[in-house]
Write a protein that binds this ligand. Structure first.
Ligand code: NAP
Ligand code: MG
Length: 398
């Protein structure tokens, strides 16, 4: 069989622990034998980040900016224990955080739907994708505890020192609490652009929800910016055959429980934090959740939503058998290959990505799966496979 030619480089970010083990197995089985591809490789293992003083993370993000598409393995975000474990120079920041800030991107989570792994919510038939704005609001607020009677005010002073506005928050007669939070038009605009990019890329409706009936300036500003973006992108939405819908947040929550899914749900920071965990657990397993970072310029980085699965890696190191789910990692690869194929108008590559996804889904639907899915599956006959046997079963089917 001749290999499929991929002319543009794909940026590959390797990672740590059990996911690093799986990563190599995926490439050996599904990438090298079928694709003639130039993988621009960056080793983001925690030890190599340490050796390069984290320069490798910055370089990998710039490579994604240059080539447009990347695929990333899960990586360790070091804490005190990890600094000791690997004798690191310091607690390096989260690579995902570094890459996200360089690309100015938004992370979208997308569950993988498999017929014999039903979601907890009966009506959900298609993926509900979640986009969370990851700047500001309570995550960058200032708070104070009011101990004695007195006034708390919000003061807006211009750069030249003139006081522009002073608003009474509350005239306290006793003790209480207060907070002030902020956001930036630029950040909200980037978020909106990334959400429209991803909805158009996935050809799904875009939902956005806030509480602008109550928050007539703060939440209303988010709604305005989304409305402006919807207007500017009207033609693209039409071509993709999708729509933009604004809801009040409580209405959106009520509707999502009765809806069949198949939309991108964009949310403010706090709502996104809460709702992404609700939707993820509703769809069942961390091993079936993928994630993609989308920048306002239209760069894409695909990865599994889970971490490096340390507990399984410890067993693997001792020579014990593991049954780690590789589905989200495989779908990170297929997501990236599919996007690369779309951008290059390489139909063969797009079809290959779709065939590999189908091979994974058919394998599980036929009853062969890793052990984390056994309890969730409605199949009568099911076999729990180890990490490598599952990959072999997918390979046979492909
Ligand atoms: P984790 O790696 O997601 O694993 C937590 C637990 O979830 C596992 O012990 C396992 O449960 C289950 N699980 C997750 N993925 C699975 C899979 N593919 N197949 C089967 N079971 C799976 O989270 P963590 O243990 O809290 O974090 C480990 C490391 O990952 C940390 O160093 C953290 O910094 C890093 N991390 C990286 C990313 C990223 O790169 N995007 C994200 C999160 C965490 P059982 O043990 O019960 O089987
Ligand atoms: Mg959360």
């Amino acid at each position: 069989m001749s290999k499929i030619k991929v002319k543009t480089p794909l940026v590959e970010l390797d990672g740590d622990e059990m996911t690093r083990i799986i990563w190599k197995e995926i490439k050996d089985r599904f990438i090298y034998p079928y694709l003639d591809i130039n993988l621009e490789y960056y080793d983001l293992s925690v030890t190599h980040r340490d050796e390069t003083n984290d320069q490798v993370t910055v370089d990998s993000a710039n490579a994604i900016k240059k080539h447009g598409v990347g695929v990333k393995c899960a990586t360790i975000t070091p804490n005190g224990d990890r600094v000791k474990e690997f004798s690191l120079k310091k607690e390096w920041p989260s690579p995902n955080g570094t890459i996200r800030s360089i690309l100015d991107g938004t992370v979208f989570r997308k569950p993988i739907i498999i017929n014999n792994i039903p979601p907890a919510v009966k009506s959900w038939k298609k993926p509900i994708m979640i986009g969370r704005h990851a700047y500001g609001d309570i995550y960058r607020d200032v708070e104070l505890q009011v101990t004695d009677p007195g006034k708390v005010e919000l003061v807006y002073t211009l750069a030249d020192g003139t006081e522009k506005q002073r608003i009474l928050v509350h005239d306290y007669k006793g003790s209480g609490v207060a907070l002030a939070m902020h956001n930036l038009d630029k950040s909200i605009q980037s978020f909106a652009k990334s959400c429209f990019n991803y909805a158009i890329s996935e050809k799904v409706n875009l939902w956005f929800a806030t509480k602008d009936t109550i928050s007539k300036k703060y939440h209303a500003r988010f709604r305005q910016i989304f409305d402006e973006e919807a207007k500017a992108r009207a033609k693209e939405l039409e071509i993709a055959g999708i729509g933009y819908y604004y809801y009040l947040i409580d209405d959106a929550v009520a509707q999502i429980m009765k809806n069949e899914g198949g939309m991108l749900w964009a949310l403010m920071n706090y709502d996104g934090d809460v709702m992404s965990d609700m939707v993820a657990s509703g769809f069942g397993s961390l091993g079936l959740m993928t994630s993609v970072l989308v920048s306002p310029e239209g760069n894409f980085e695909y990865e599994a939503a889970h971490g490096t699965v340390t507990r399984h890696f410890r067993k693997h190191q001792k020579g014990e058998e593991t049954s780690t789910n590789s589905v989200a990692s495989i779908f990170a690869w297929t997501g990236a290959l599919h996007k690369r194929g779309e951008l290059d108008k390489n139909d063969e590559l797009v079809q290959f990505a779709e065939k590999l996804e189908k091979a994974v889904i058919d394998t599980i639907e036929s009853g062969e799966m890793t052990k984390d899915l056994i309890g969730l599956s409605t199949s009568e006959k099911k076999i729990g496979l180890n990490t490598f046997a599952f990959l072999d079963a997918v390979k046979n089917r492909l």
